[in-house]
Every structure is written in structure tokens, then in C-alpha cells.
Design a protein around this ligand. Structure first.
Ligand SMILES: Nc1ncnc2c1ncn2[C@@H]1O[C@H](COP(=O)(O)OP(=O)(O)OP(=O)(O)O)[C@@H](O)[C@H]1O
Length: 208
């Protein structure tokens, strides 16, 4: 479960955001739509506890994090949140497999290679596990990002424009995968996008 209340954030005195309240229960989905520059990535990074709000509350899996220390926040993030970034970031010196295993390491868990292989098979990139991530196409990298976000069975999956670089066929596939995988682990799935193709795919929607 993830929720937020009265979230405010500023990059500068000219760039101030007052975000609508968010609520997404376990196993539910939420689509946040908005045109370029409306603050979608900013909101997602606030919900991912990567940015600190000026004011307001964020609750993740029962943790109201406003008064948490940085190390408590890092722990809540590592244990509860899976993030799919707008542009996939990988550690270039590591194989695809080792990149997928990194979240286990950051959460202090044992490296679950069986789960990594299983996700790679479900997401259709099992043949690429020993390659470096930069040898993969954009669409393949997007699917590796999804696998990486799912490795710790997060309570909350946050996806930033997961379909923007994909054709219609792969767009549909990625959304189905995100929805089915999050349902499988009872996670809340929050997607921010300007991709109008996703409008009919999510029952709960918010416009920025
Ligand atoms: N680090 C930063 N410092 C100052 N301004 C920023 C910073 N990051 C983003 N902004 C500004 O805040 C606004 C919102 O940015 P954000 O990336 O959240 O929008 P977005 O809705 O995700 O846009 P897009 O769809 O183009 O990715 C933009 O005008 C952007 O220029």
C-alpha cells in the first residue's frame, strides 16, 4: 500500500508543486497522467523516497516516513519499493544477471538466482542474462528494469514512463506484465506517464 497527503515540493521559488493525494492499495493499480513538465517524475521520486517533500506525508506499507532518519528511509525503500526509471540505469561492468541481483544485495537478502532466471524467462530475455546491459535493445532493457524492480517482491512498484520507448505491441506486453506480476505478489502498482495508450488500461487514474 502507498498513500500520500498534501505533498508539496519546490526546485526553486518559481518551480513549486502541490500534488494531489495518492492512494493505491495492495494488488491495486493507479495511473498518473500528465503532460511533459507537469511533475510526474518529481512525484514518482517523492513516492520512491528519493526526494524529500517540503511538506506532506507519505505512507508505505504502514510506515509513515515523515519522521524517519535517512538510514530508515533507505531501508524502507530497499525492502518495499521496486522502481522502474524513465531511463534504465545499469552498472555497465556487470552482466544483466548481476544487475538484476543487485536489489537483493541492497536489501541485505541472499542473491536469488532462481528467481532472476524465472523472471527473465517470463519477461523474455533469458538468452541475454550473461550479456552486458548496454548490448540489449531499449525494449529489452525496459524488461530487465522490470525484472530488477520485482526481485525483492516489493510492496509497491513505481514505474516512470515504462512504455514511452515501445511500439504498440511491446507497450501492451509490458503493461500486461507489470499488471500480472504486481498482482502475483500483491503489490501496489503506480505508473506515471504521458502515454495516452495507457488510458484505457487502468481503472484508477489521476491527472496532474
Ligand atoms: N533537478 C531539477 N532542478 C530544477 N528543476 C527541475 C529539476 N527536475 C525537474 N525540474 C523541472 O520541474 C518540472 C517537472 O519536471 P518532471 O521531470 O517532474 O516533469 P514530467 O512531468 O515528468 O516531465 P516529462 O514527461 O517531460 O518527463 C520541469 O519543468 C523540470 O524542468
Amino acid at each position: 500500500m502507498i498513500s500520500s497527503k498534501n505533498l508539496q515540493f519546490s526546485y526553486s521559488s518559481q518551480k513549486h508543486f502541490n500534488f494531489p493525494d495518492i492512494f493505491c492499495a495492495d494488488s491495486e493499480t493507479l495511473l498518473i497522467l500528465g503532460q511533459s513538465g507537469k511533475g510526474k517524475t518529481t512525484l514518482l521520486h517523492l513516492l520512491a523516497l528519493l526526494l524529500k517533500p517540503e511538506s506532506g506525508e507519505i505512507n508505505i506499507a504502514g510506515n509513515e516516513v515523515s519522521s524517519f532518519t535517512p538510514s530508515q528511509i533507505t531501508k524502507v525503500r530497499a525492502q518495499n519499493i521496486g522502481i522502474i526509471y524513465q531511463r534504465a540505469h545499469f552498472t555497465s561492468s556487470l552482466s544483466v544477471m548481476d544487475n538484476i541481483l543487485l536489489p537483493n544485495y541492497f536489501a541485505g537478502k541472499r542473491q536469488d538466482k532462481t528467481k532472476a532466471i524465472c523472471l527473465a524467462e517470463q519477461l523474455g530475455f533469458a538468452d541475454h542474462l550473461s550479456k552486458k546491459a548496454n548490448q540489449l535493445s531499449q525494449g529489452e532493457q525496459q524488461r530487465v528494469s522490470i525484472a530488477r524492480a520485482l526481485m525483492n517482491n516489493p510492496n509497491v512498484i513505481l514505474a516512470d514512463e515504462p512504455t514511452s520507448s515501445l511500439d504498440d505491441n511491446n507497450c501492451q506486453k509490458v503493461i500486461e506484465l507489470l499488471k500480472s506480476q504486481s498482482k502475483l505478489i500483491d503489490a501496489s502498482l503506480v505508473v506515471v506517464t504521458h502515454d495516452q495508450r495507457l488510458k484505457d488500461e487502468f481503472a484508477n487514474q489521476i491527472f496532474l
